[in-house]
Design a protein around this ligand. Structure first.
Ligand code: FE2
Length: 258
């Protein structure tokens, strides 16, 4: 089976390209299951229930989030009832929602989606290493096809996690840094890995933000109100091929529309 992971969707430009392109891309790439990182969907930061529902209508099966999960507070009650939108599993154990969802693919195969937050700069309540093994065991009680979104700043954390989970999950895919990396590979145990699947949004920007505003904040150290950029929009992500029975990955390739 084929799983498409769509990299961080940024603001309206990102949502629009998903709406315009995703259904055709799904059929062109013969995709059975599609996961999307949506933590920047609402004007570059956070996500609302309405936007999550809109994205789920475009051919997305599950949505992962990240460090900006709570920027739009109305998402909290929605996450309590959603079976297809997950937030990082290593948030405080009292946080609304779940870090694991199991959703049926087009061919009926259950696919588990796990969302984790890295430590560097993001300071999760608990280290991902404290929760990951139990989560994978929980996923395996329902399916062997397991996709992990590691939302993290540091390449080292993402690479280490992929190695730790090699042979136990289908894919370990990185999000948050918004720059697609050239390291898509299947590890020896059958886990597909990629440090960052890229950004779905405006690439004529500083990782989605209007270039001049991002530079102004960095140069002056003063507060500057960020705006989502508009130019150079494309959809980026990764396509993973795996055996539906064993969950072992056989191939991974970057996806990048123009
Ligand atoms: Fe993030």
């Amino acid at each position: 089976m084929r799983i498409l992971f769509v990299g961080d969707v940024v603001g309206r430009p990102g949502r629009d390209v998903v709406e315009r392109r995703l259904r055709a891309l799904r059929s062109e790439l013969e995709v059975d299951f599609c996961v999307l990182n949506g933590e920047n969907a609402a004007d570059g930061i956070g996500i609302t229930p309405r936007l999550a529902e809109q994205l789920l209508q475009t051919g997305v099966d599950a949505i992962t989030l990240g460090n900006h999960t709570w920027r739009r507070s109305e998402i909290a009650p929605y996450l309590c009832s959603s079976t297809r939108v997950v937030r990082p599993a290593n948030f405080p154990s009292s946080a609304p929602g779940s870090g694991l969802a199991v959703v049926a693919a087009a061919d009926g195969t259950p696919v588990a989606v796990i969302n984790l937050l890295g430590s560097l700069y993001l300071e999760p309540a608990r280290s991902l290493w404290e929760v990951v093994d139990e989560l994978v065991d929980e996923a395996h009680r329902e399916t062997q096809v397991v996709v992990v979104d590691i939302h993290a700043e540091a390449t080292s954390e993402k690479v280490a996690l992929a190695s730790w989970l090699d042979g136990r999950v289908t894919a370990v895919l990185g999000t948050h840094t918004h720059v697609q990396t050239a390291d898509a590979r299947v590890l020896p145990g059958g886990t597909a890995a990629m440090t960052d699947v890229g950004m779905t949004g405006p690439h004529d920007s500083v990782i989605g933000v209007v270039t001049d505003l991002a530079i102004q904040r960095m140069r002056t150290g003063m507060p500057v109100r960020f705006e989502t950029a508009r130019g150079g929009v494309r959809l980026e992500g990764a396509l993973v091929e795996c055996d539906a029975a064993t969950g072992r990955a056989t191939a991974i390739a970057p996806v990048r529309t123009e």
